[in-house]
Design a protein. Structure first.
Lengths: 203, 561
């Protein structure tokens, strides 16, 4: 804009590079997802994420659940975003969640064995999905599975939080937040205030 | 042993927020020697304002440490401003009262993070009791305060348009924020229902102004601004006061009580130095209390002396009484199918508040509705930092992921801002049993929403759902209850102004009736909250109060040091 002086352009430039990432040691994919220019030397990353709350067998189940909730398809999913690391990290810091997760995991393990006589990770993906559907969709809810629904609700909520707050999640939505704009962004559809004739939806 | 004061100031000011900051600047620029007390520390924008960090740069991704969730004040008290909101000084609530009290004790107070909506009050507010028979009139008319609003608008920069609304006097504005797609769509719906949908009045710079750069529209205003592009006292007022060399700002100075001489006049302030735990006294010829509505009343109630056994300047018994608040709550939410699957758009640029629905009720006739007075509504929505609707969206898998993306530009949500009426049962007193860690009695809140404001809440749910539907949108739900009292940060009334010393704490200038050299410069002097936010009015009234005080210094009512 005319009248926007050098001082302001300089401020915008500085702001653009000022946000220095604080990498939290221990995360693998999460830290990767956060990678951007930093003045500090990159921390040494362990080869694999060490769960803080879940036992390694349990964590493998959490990873698969997160991946089923937000799969890698045309775009990266929970795996690339390290969403399971976030789930584990938040539960490790939340006593209220821990009890529910213990109860929920025990229910889920028994439920899977009852249904298929095999552990969850040994099942095909379509069988895994068939187990989640009655926990995820109101229309498919079943009597007596309240504990399972609550478990899935918690895992799904943390997965969604972890995914959409990651850099990959921002890219997924083309999230425009926390950027810098020279002008107050304005609706581009000046001849269509009711927005009834927009170009075809992209998704 | 108290530290012996070594110096007397012309004025000591308690607080550095909207009222305190304006008082400090005005008095220092007039040549008075001012000591300002601030209960917390100075913020360092480079350390304390982390708002240009992305969520993945934060330990808990901006959701906050779950272990601290119970004590969090909600959306503003987050990881980006960790350690800035006050958690050390407790307060209590009477049985049946719920109250949320987010206090920012850092220098600049809540102006560091405020919502920036800046509409003028008008005669419809000042004469509300005459018009409706409810509440109480203010002791002045709009034409008296209008020039002060103009001066404040020129100082701070307010973006808006001239709107000619009967409930909202127009002011002097910078160019408005542009409307987003969702604003145009909702405006069409509002027009069909007969509800105004207009640019808000925002103290946020759309042009470079008075040495401050224009906004860069990053949208993270409620976590502080690191360019000073919306108004806050640390960016805009305090540097000017400090440049006069007339200001001494003491931080971590928690005001305890106002000191009085043998005649009961104010002679200074006793405060706790929070770094040493020591009590310190500072002497002055006049005292400005600007610690925010509740904290100011607490300090004054705690200022007991033989002359003022019930608290300083409380011969009316009204100190701490007449507490009012803005009811906030989500009147309605839904989504706009027109925007489903459209490319993302930076909707969150003004922290999501470029527009408002200014009061439209009871304008032609004060008794059109089941309630008296009126409320306003703020719309929000579109592409936000985090897709909050994603958790409500059912399912999992690729279909779910696609649905979250499809819905990203489409959600809308409306928040009501409705004033409660003064009531004898809504007030603050000192808890007789509980003290804070410095031995000072804590504030005890007594508060319930009145029927009138709850009628507004019900009314808004119905009419905003109509607005969404008339815009071609899908109405989804309304909050089952309004937010907890205190949430708005717009409390008023504890030192209300009026002409009769028997019924009012302060006079029409915000000077206490009982103590001529004690002035109150915050929303506690407002007899009612109106449907507008309080900050710009705090500044306009403070400017007027300070000029009255300066006049009193000139004509000998107060003597300079």
């Amino acid at each position: 804009m005319a009248g926007q002086d050098i001082q302001r352009r300089e401020i915008l430039r500085v702001l653009g590079v000022a946000a220095v990432a604080a990498h939290f040691p221990g995360f693998v994919r999460w830290a990767y997802a956060a990678e951007h220019p930093s003045a500090e030397p990159a921390p040494v990353r362990p080869a694999a994420y060490t769960p803080q709350f879940f036992a390694s067998q349990e964590y493998a189940v959490i990873e698969q659940l997160a991946q089923l909730i937000i799969p890698s398809d045309e775009t990266p999913g929970a795996r690339e975003a390290g969403a399971a690391e976030f789930v584990d990290f938040m539960v490790a810091h939340d006593e209220e969640q821990q009890q529910a997760m213990r109860t929920g995991l025990a229910w889920f393990k028994a439920h899977v064995e009852r249904a298929f006589g095999q552990p969850f990770l040994a099942l095909t993906e379509s069988r895994q999905e068939s187990l989640l559907e009655p926990l995820a969709y109101r229309a498919k809810y079943r009597e007596g599975e309240e504990v399972g629904r609550e478990f899935f609700r918690r895992i799904r909520e943390l997965t969604v939080m972890g995914f959409y707050s990651s850099k990959i999640g921002y890219q997924e939505l083309d999230n425009p937040a926390l950027r810098y704009y020279a002008e107050s962004p304005a609706c581009p559809h000046t001849n269509d205030p009711a927005h009834r004739h927009l170009p075809a939806a992209k998704w | 042993m108290n530290a012996v004061p070594t110096k007397t100031y012309d004025v000591v000011v308690i607080g550095t927020g909207a009222g305190g900051g304006m008082a400090i600047k005005t008095l220092c620029e007039a040549g008075l020697k001012v000591c300002a007390l601030n209960a917390g520390r100075r913020l360092d924008p480079s350390k304390d304002f982390r708002h240009h960090r992305m969520p993945w740069d934060m330990k808990f991704r901006g959701f906050g440490d779950p272990a601290k969730r119970a004590e969090s004040y909600g959306f503003m008290d987050n990881e980006w401003v960790e350690g800035v909101w006050e958690h050390e000084i407790p307060f209590t609530t009477a049985p049946g009262t719920q109250w949320m009290w987010p206090r920012c004790f850092a220098v600049g107070g809540k102006t560091n993070f405020w919502g920036r909506s800046s509409a003028r009050f008008g005669d419809i507010d000042f004469r509300a009791a005459t018009l409706t028979g409810a509440g109480i009139d203010w002791p002045l008319e709009y034409r008296e305060i209008a020039p002060y609003y103009s001066r404040v608008e020129r100082m701070i920069g307010v973006a808006s348009t001239v709107q000619n609304r009967p409930s909202n006097p127009d002011g002097e504005y910078l160019p408005p924020f542009n409307f987003r797609c969702l604003d145009h769509i909702l405006q069409q719906g509002a027009q069909k229902v007969g509800v105004p949908y207009l640019p808000d009045r925002i103290a946020q710079l759309t042009r470079n102004h008075e040495g401050s750069p224009a906004c860069h529209f990053c949208g993270a205003c409620t976590t502080g601004c690191d360019t000073g592009s919306f108004f806050s006292t640390p960016w805009r007022f305090l540097p000017r006061a400090e440049a006069t060399n007339n200001l001494e700002l003491r931080t971590d100075a928690l005001a305890k009580n106002i000191l009085v001489d043998k005649n009961g006049a104010a002679s200074g302030v006793a405060y706790i130095d929070r770094k040493t735990g020591q009590e310190v006294e500072v002497r002055a010829r006049a005292v400005v209390v600007a610690a925010s509505c509740l904290e100011s009343a607490r300090i004054m109630l705690n200022s007991k002396s033989p002359r003022w056994p019930d608290g300083i300047a409380n011969s009316s018994g009204q100190l701490g009484r007449n507490l009012c608040d803005h009811l906030y709550g989500e009147s309605a939410n839904g989504h706009l199918p027109q925007l489903l699957g459209q490319p993302s758009f930076p909707d969150n640029v003004g922290d999501n508040q470029p527009a408002w629905l200014p009061r439209w009720q009871n304008l032609n006739n004060p008794h059109e509705e089941k309630f008296v007075g009126g409320y306003s509504v703020y719309p929000g929505g579109g592409c936000t930092e985090y897709p909050w609707y994603a958790v409500q969206t059912e399912g999992f898998g690729s279909a779910y992921k696609r649905e979250v993306k499809r819905r990203y530009p489409s959600p809308v949500s409306f928040t009501i801002q409705a004033p409660s009426l003064p009531s004898p049962t809504n007030y603050l007193d000192l808890d007789p049993k509980v003290t804070d860690r410095y031995g000072m009695p804590v504030a005890r809140l007594h508060f319930k929403w009145d029927d009138n404001v709850l009628q507004m809440w019900e009314h808004s749910k119905q009419i905003i759902a109509e607005v969404i539907r008339a815009a071609g949108g899908v109405y989804e739900s309304s909050a089952s209850q309004p937010n907890m009292p205190g949430w708005s940060l717009h409390e008023t009334g504890t030192c209300r102004m009026g002409n009769d010393p028997k019924h009012f704490v302060t006079n029409r200038y915000g000077q206490t009736h009982d103590v001529a050299n004690l002035y109150v410069c915050d929303a506690s002097v407002f007899p009612s909250p109106t449907d507008k936010t309080t900050t710009i009015s705090i500044m306009a009234f403070t400017l007027r109060t300070c000029e009255h005080m300066l006049e009193n210094f000139r004509n000998g009512v107060h003597r300079r040091v």
